[in-house]
Design a protein around this ligand. Structure first.
Ligand code: DAT
Ligand code: MG
Length: 136
């Protein structure tokens, strides 16, 4: 089996979309193997988004992701789970996120886009280790 990591971000929790988002994965046949509602700490957010540290939107991104409770989850499927989940999430740019995807159906902002999903098998491993150290 093959695992990936998602965050239903604070906007998704505030809007009451945790069930909607998790339901899509469960209906697809992807299994939730760990989940926790937690307000992400600033240092953890900075480590999680380290690849964006030099970007102009970094400070706002860290502020947003720590602004309230998020739903963190480890998801499992037979193979390429990170890729299936990313396809279901949709593009980062709201002008390119297709209808039928989570962002394409539920979000219209570049920053407040409901959900994070690991972007490779390596990212999934790193992010699961960061947020769920006993779920690798
Ligand atoms: P993704 O979340 O699709 O993996 P990313 O890793 O490129 O996208 O960026 C992380 C988050 O940062 C993204 O979900 C929203 C925010 N973001 C990305 N590019 C941005 C930009 N140009 N302006 C503002 N926020 C941005
Ligand atoms: Mg990313």
């Amino acid at each position: 089996m093959n695992r990936t990591f998602i965050i239903v971000k604070p906007d998704g929790v505030r809007r009451g979309l945790v069930g909607e988002v998790l339901n899509r994965f469960e209906q697809r046949g992807i299994v939730i193997v760990a989940a926790q509602l937690r307000t992400i700490e600033t240092n953890t957010a900075k480590m999680h988004y380290a690849e964006h540290a030099e970007k102009p939107f970094f400070a706002g991104l860290v502020e947003f992701i720590t602004s309230g409770p998020s739903l963190l989850a480890v998801l499992e499927g037979p193979q390429d789970t990170w890729k299936i989940v990313r396809t279901m999430i949709g593009a980062t740019n709201p002008a390119e996120s297709a209808p039928g995807t989570i962002r394409g159906d539920l979000a219209v902002e570049m920053g407040e886009n409901i959900i994070h999903g690991s972007d490779s098998a390596e990212s999934a491993q790193r992010e699961i280790a960061l947020f769920f150290p006993n779920q690798q």
